[in-house]
Design a protein around this ligand. Structure first.
Ligand SMILES: Cc1ncc(COP(=O)(O)O)c(C=O)c1O
Length: 437
């Protein structure tokens, strides 16, 4: 695909101005390699898909969504897939499908976008944080069991940066304690653990197709995966208005003294040919994906392997060229995992470097023109979370040191050129040299 570069439609990073709308700081810093807000590659395939979907009679939940779901399920080796508006709504559906309610607890990593905790809070439950492994930045299975109480209902894991969590011990703990497990796969399209696809191991997997992600459906989008038929049934309803089918064998309906007989409930009741039920007291939402997004998703899915292989090539180039710099730790690859490199997370070891991560980052950004981004402030440090649950400050020391003292995410996407990769490497070498002296 490298020779197709001219056809790439990405043109820049103008922002709407919100906190989640791009990394263009407009601060006068001349960047050599900015952090791109677009994680994928579009070409004429996506363009054709958009135009085709726009001409359809149905603009939502039509053939494109149905096919995207089928193709996604096949690719990710799961029985069911449900397209949603984004990963946050996907995880909200999962949380409702698990029946998580007020007073329950869910064990979750602090090293994640707040969405993973928000869906727990939305249902009135408490996020309980288990610390991360300082090498993989994923929830550490050995930290989970201590956090289990008789209120614990589930474990929510995040495959940070595209490297999957150590799923075997996590699933084993969950089985022993009768807990649900949700995989937040927002970073993990194309990642594998012991040969198994992200989103195929736990009870439910949730994906994001946000602009930054490994594949995107026009900037927003999500997918829920499950191998469990009962969850699939609930997910279908909770994603869409609590709607369910009338029993097909029922031919006579009586309401308010009106008696109706029909051969098929659909024959003249459309669009009122549905019943509405709750799922354990949970009520449905409109979290449906539209047809144009799904059409683009189908084109993106065909590119997924190519996109991940470009990310991996870029990442391995960085690792090879950064590994000998004292005080700089390149990405560790767990031998059980196939890393999909949504992020390239570099760690700055202040004691070895002789300068803090922040001093290093300032030089890297301002003087060397390389833009890194920081993911994620431990969720329990946010004001609203602390107000609600009075989390202590030093709850997860590894996650705290990681965010406040060690990490940065280097530019990482499949369109990076060799020149850009070299500029990143040179910038890091120069910045390390400057802060050291
Ligand atoms: C780890 C993680 N989980 C969940 C989300 C939420 O995804 P979405 O923006 O599709 O709702 C994100 C988004 O950035 C994320 O990085």
């Amino acid at each position: 695909m490298a020779e197709k570069k001219k056809e790439i439609l990405y043109t820049g990073s103008d922002t709407e101005g919100g906190i989640t709308s791009g990394y263009n700081m407009n601060d006068g810093v001349k960047l050599k390699v900015p952090y791109s807000f677009f994680g994928s590659i579009y070409d004429e395939e996506e363009e054709k898909a958009v135009l085709k979907a726009m001409k359809q009679e149905s603009q939502t939940m039509g053939p494109q969504v149905a096919l995207f779901q089928q193709e996604f399920a096949k690719k990710f080796e799961v029985k069911h897939a449900f397209a949603t508006t984004n990963c946050t709504t996907a995880m909200h559906v999962a949380t409702q499908a698990f029946g998580i309610k007020e007073g329950d607890e869910v064990i979750v990593t602090p090293n994640t976008f707040i969405a993973t905790s928000l869906v727990i809070l939305k249902e009135g439950a408490k996020p309980v944080y288990a610390d991360i492994n300082p090498k993989t930045f994923n929830i550490d299975p050995s930290q989970i069991e201590d956090k289990i109480t008789d209120r614990t209902k589930a474990i929510y894991v995040v495959h940070y940066g595209g490297q999957m969590c150590d799923m075997d011990p996590i699933m084993e703990i969950a089985k022993r304690h009768n807990l649900y497990v949700m995989e937040d796969c927002a970073h993990a399209h194309g990642a594998k653990y012991k040969g198994r696809q992200a989103g195929s191991i736990a009870d439910i997997g949730c994906f994001s197709f946000h602009s930054l992600k490994n594949i995107t459906t026009l900037g927003e989008g999500g997918m829920i995966t499950t191998n469990n038929d009962e969850f699939a049934d609930r997910i279908g309803r909770i994603r869409c208005m609590s709607l369910t089918h009338w029993p097909p064998e029922q031919k006579v309906f009586e309401f308010a003294g009106f008696r109706m007989e029909k051969t098929d409930v659909k024959d003249y009741w459309i669009p009122s040919h549905f019943d509405v039920i709750d799922d354990n007291g949970k009520w449905g939402n409109n979290y449906r994906m539209n047809e144009t997004q799904a059409a683009v998703g189908r084109a993106q899915l065909k590119k997924l392997d190519m996109l991940i292989s470009k990310r991996r090539e870029n990442a391995h180039y960085l690792t090879n060229n950064l590994q000998s710099i004292k005080g700089i730790t390149p990405v560790y690859e767990d031998p059980n995992c196939f890393h999909s490199y949504h992020l390239y997370t570099l760690c700055i070891e202040a004691e070895e470097l002789g300068a803090s991560r922040d001093d290093f980052m300032r030089v890297l950004y301002r003087e060397e023109g390389i833009q890194g981004i920081q993911h994620y402030q431990p969720s329990y440090h946010f004001t609203g979370f602390k107000k609600l649950y009075n989390y202590p400050d030093r709850l997860c020391p590894n996650a705290e040191k990681f965010f406040y003292g060690r990490e940065t995410n280097l530019p990482m996407h499949p369109r990076l050129t060799k020149e850009e990769l070299d500029m990143i490497v040179t910038g890091i070498k120069n910045a390390a040299g400057k802060v050291r002296s």
